[in-house]
Design a protein around this ligand. Structure first.
Ligand code: SF4
Ligand code: SF4
Length: 376
């Protein structure tokens, strides 16, 4: 085992290979508060990449209701349970990661889902925590009931457990953009990666005998275009880009700004130790202990920052830019009442108003002699 630095847990950790960060790292921010669980992202991915034989059960992108939804069944709670106590001392994780907790003779602490675990993609959908008791609808204040939607793809982790676990070296992380891929010509379907990925984002194809996973739509991303699940997101919750290390963070880089500068977007289960590169703006209506377990100790501050958004001009402007263009944005700038997005070459590719203008029609159309309704 090598020693590598994981900034998300604020300390060095063990990893199977020595650390070598890519030149650039693909990363994404998802604003959970805006997701409506329409599953358009899921279908955009399914129809693009996983509509073949043997791929029927594969959801490289899925959206599950938390706290009771999981795909595969119990993916997170099973591992959290195996991992034991997870303690944070400030920004430093004091428990064990999945690499540090690996049993003797294994590279990663994991578990392998059975076929049945993939049989219920909608389990727990819209089930709320807290329960609904008689009279709850009219009681003020309302009982604390909550759930939220968690959209998930492969995190293209900095320290991928899938890659660490592969005995054939079939999984690699591209140096040019940090995207993690399975070499289909090398893979022999041992399924160590399926067992090892704590996010359960590698899937075994029984017809080809190989493992398959999200490829971050690299043919598009190489051309400066966002992934299919990003482009098609109805809630405009997603933005893709390149994430710097904390020391090299740029204030004008959209993902750097949300992750490093404002710390409003947080990794999913940072305590697993993989340094995942999909970051979530946590839901603001969920009990704090749940958020801290899921997104780490930065969750309360991120929620407070989100609640203060109306007064926060730059952050509000940047959130308006999310989902407004297929182009991958490398830079953003707020200018007056608008926000502009620029691609890698420095060309402006999008400009949107921070506040949408409202057009109110007169209630009576004098020319036609009719009263208007709001429905056209
Ligand atoms: S989320 Fe899983 S499949 Fe994706 S890079 Fe990380 S360990 Fe590998
Ligand atoms: S398309 Fe967007 S809003 Fe709809 S479920 Fe997916 S992430 Fe959520």
């Amino acid at each position: 085992m090598a020693r590598v630095y994981n900034w998300q847990i604020g300390r060095e950790t063990s990893y199977w290979y020595p650390g070598s960060r890519p030149k650039k790292q693909f990363a994404a921010v998802f604003d959970i508060n805006k997701c409506i669980a329409c599953q358009t992202c899921t279908l955009a991915c399914k129809t693009t990449w996983t509509s073949g034989k043997g791929q029927e059960y594969m959801l490289w992108n899925n959206v599950e209701s938390k706290p009771f939804g999981y795909y595969p069944l119990g993916w997170d709670v099973r591992l959290l349970d195996k991992l034991g106590a997870q303690r944070w001392e400030g920004g430093r994780y004091a428990g064990s990661t999945v690499f540090e907790a690996a049993p003797a003779g294994e590279r990663v602490l994991g578990w392998g889902p059975e076929d049945q675990d993939y049989a219920y993609p909608n389990v727990g959908e819209d089930d709320c925590a807290g329960g609904v008791t008689k009279g709850a609808a009219t009681r003020i204040p309302h009982d604390m009931m909550w759930f939220f939607y968690l959209a998930r793809i492969c995190n293209h982790c900095t320290y991928p457990a899938c890659l660490a676990s592969c005995p054939r070296g079939s999984i690699y992380k591209r140096p040019e953009d940090g995207i993690v891929l399975v070499d289909q010509t090398r893979c022999r379907g041992y399924r160590e990666c399926v067992r090892a990925c704590p996010y359960k984002k590698v899937f075994y194809n029984a017809l080809t005998g190989t493992s398959e996973k999200c490829i971050a739509c690299y043919p598009k991303f190489e051309k400066g275009l966002s992934q299919q699940c990003f482009l098609n997101c109805i809630g405009k919750i997603r933005v893709a880009g390149f994430l710097s290390t904390p020391k090299e963070a740029r204030e004008d880089n959209p993902v750097d700004y949300m992750v490093h500068v404002r710390k409003i977007a947080l990794p999913l289960f940072p305590q697993f130790g993989l340094e995942p590169n999909v970051y979530y703006i946590p839901p603001i209506h969920v009990p704090e202990p749940f958020l801290v377990q899921m997104f780490g100790p930065g969750a309360p501050a991120a929620v407070a920052a989100y609640r203060a958004l109306p007064k926060d001009k730059d952050l509000s402007a940047l959130l308006t830019l999310m989902g407004s263009t297929e182009r991958v944005l490398s830079r953003f700038r707020r200018a007056g009442g608008s926000v502009e997005g620029y691609d890698e070459s420095g060309t402006e590719v999008i400009r949107v108003p921070v506040t949408e203008p409202a057009h109110v029609r007169a209630a009576i159309d004098v020319a036609q002699g009719v009263v208007r309704s709001n429905i056209t």
